[in-house]
Design a protein around this ligand. Sequence first.
Ligand SMILES: *Cc1c(COP(=O)(O)O)cnc(C)c1O
Length: 369
Amino acid sequence: MSTVASSTSAELFDVRRTDTPTPAADREAALVSPKFGTVFTDHMARISYLHGTGWHDRRVEKYGPLLLDPATAVLHYAQEIFEGLKAYRHEDGSVWTFRPEANAARFARSARRLALPELSEADFLGAIEALVAADLDWVPAGGEKSLYLRPFMYASESFLGVRPSLEAEFLVIASPVGPYFAGGVKPVSIWVAEDYHRAGAGGTGAAKCGGNYAASLLPQQQAYDKGFEQVCFLDASTNTFVEELGGMNVFTVRADGSVVTPALSGSILEGVTRSSILRLLADAGHEVREAELPLAQLRADIASGAVREVFACGTAAVITPIGRLGGADFDLTVADGGAGDVTSRVREQLTDIQYGRGADPHGWMHRLA
Ligand SMILES: *Cc1c(COP(=O)(O)O)cnc(C)c1O
């Protein structure tokens, strides 16, 4: 097991513990089978920003509602970014997270794109360490459980003029989560949206911002109404190339064992799970390619059997097999509609690293406690 020697600002956080923590019995009950994103821990980490002063007032405080002036910029112009990562409890009780430096770097890139102040890697990691230390008992053990960490930043200045906010708040909240699929990994069905896009050339698709999700909700709802579970987006310029789902990247596995994922186009979010899978599959001897993935070609290849597996990936659900792909004039089952071998193997390999059951050859794990 290896740790990444990053310096963090965790010791700079003023820890103001709540006087009314959740009673242990209630907490234990909440950890039995938590539904994604519904239960939150007792505390949140927070840092405030003021133009001229910079980032200040690092603290861990009681989890609770934010008081916002109705003119707060984020409510009007959506100047907001977020991240998602997990804390995993290993068999020996230690608590780890996965490649947080990659999330910190992406958060800084997202901030630049949204004209928000950048937060240093030391503060990003420090906030996570300080929060997990305060709420350590909330990190569940066993199964495929974890503590989901949600860092986010929003424009907090009360001002209706259109320019970047001079004030910002950075927070990290934490939510215990169970396995994404209660009854084991189940293949999902995907609807390819051909009349809506989540992001365009020169837009914010490569930044992790709430606005991209707002754009994806209506097409997601339409996919759902058509009997599909998730929506897949094409590039907005040509409506030709598969890009990604609303919150997950996409991979295809060919019959010859080679693997293709859409190349980063500027409107695709660069997933940490995506880059980790590219590495693990290459290590395992697969030919891996980042390339344009035309929908017409994918349809033909699924129909002919040249593409045998399709899967989606992201921190929340890790790796999800795609068993069915449909659109306005097609409805295809991928191979036999079940989870493929390459998909299942790389999923197991990745979760073994995250839960400390397997070797960590790339030093991806970062110890929190
Ligand atoms: C967060 C996200 C992903 C997955 O990224 P991970 O770092 O693997 O969790 C993929 N697509 C979009 C649009 C996302 O917001």
